[in-house]
Design a protein around this ligand. Structure first.
Ligand SMILES: O=P(O)(O)OC[C@H](O)CO
Length: 199
């Protein structure tokens, strides 16, 4: 099969470019936005509508940079192992902060937050465990999972009730299922990678 015209940054071989590039800078920016987002979400116990909208704005910007840095890495040949490892970590930091914050203000049950955190932490450990054999890139399912988590969390952060709240629950529950299923899938991918020789 001929190679795709635009390689996927997750699976494309690293190009040898410097880690100091615009795609990785956006990833780092996303990490820096996490505490700011958390502060906005938790101010006044999450009951201040203005801060809540502010938190949603920061969450939206951070989520959009996830898309942009991937597109930039694809189109400009800026794929690096650093990006492959740190990009998912940045996503996990943002989603983790959001879920812990929403649980602290009693809007998402702790069991959901803990289950998702265990999966995300576990996949990060798997990535480090296989690193000497190769990089475990984000799978399509993993990317879909992150997009659904972002949508569900974004709906929860919106200071609106009614149908928005119902939609938030539906999306988050679907995201939860995909989170678990892709987590199991990564275990098998990691085991296959570990069977390869050390690089
Ligand atoms: O499921 P993971 O750990 O591969 O994470 C996927 C990334 O968040 C996609 O950007």
């Amino acid at each position: 099969m001929p190679p795709p015209l635009v390689p996927d940054p997750a699976t494309a071989p690293s190009t040898g470019v410097s880690n100091w590039n615009i795609a990785n800078a956006l990833t780092v920016l996303r990490i820096l936005l996490v505490p700011f987002f958390g502060w906005l979400l938790l101010t006044h116990g999450g009951h201040d509508t203005a801060y809540r909208w502010g938190a949603l704005g920061v969450f939206f910007v951070a989520s959009v940079t996830d898309r942009i840095d991937g597109d930039l890495a694809r189109s400009r040949g800026l794929v690096t192992d650093f990006g492959k490892i740190v990009d998912p970590i940045a996503d996990k930091a943002l989603m983790g902060m959001a879920l812990v914050g929403l649980s602290l203000i009693h809007e998402v049950p702790w069991w959901i937050t803990v289950l998702i955190l265990i999966r995300e932490f576990g996949v990060t450990v798997l990535r480090l465990w296989v690193l000497r054999h190769g990089v475990l890139p984000a799978s399509r399912g993993g990317k879909a999972k992150t997009a659904l988590q972002a949508l569900g969390i974004g709906l929860f952060v919106m200071p609106l009730g009614g149908i928005v709240h119902v939609a938030a629950w539906c999306v988050l529950l679907v995201a939860l299922v995909i989170t678990v299923v892709t987590g199991v899938d990564y275990v098998f991918r990691a085991l296959r990678l570990r069977a390869r020789p050390v690089r």
